[in-house]
Ligand binder design. Sequence first.
Ligand SMILES: [Zn+2]
Length: 88
Amino acid sequence: MKQLSKSHKGTSSQAKTAKISCPVCGNDEDFLEVANGVILTSRYLQNDDGSFILDSDESEIMGEVKLICGDCGADLAPYQQHFLDMLF
Ligand SMILES: [Zn+2]
C-alpha cells in the first residue's frame, strides 16, 4: 500500500519541474542541510570481557536547521520550503 501511494506521487512530478540554484554561484547540484545544537546520544553495552558494543544512536536537534549551498555556503533559507517539498 505504501509503495503504491509513493509511485503515484512520482508520476505527478511534471507539475513541479522548477529547480533551485544558488543565487551566488549558480550551483544547482550540491546542497547542505546544517543543524545547530544537535545532541548526539550513543548507548553502549559493556560485555563480560570488558569490551563495548553500540546499542543505539539517538540525535536530537535543539536549534534550527538551515539549508546552504554545497559549493559556496550561501544561506538558501528562502528555498528551504521548496527543498522540503521536493525531498523524497
Ligand atoms: Zn553557491
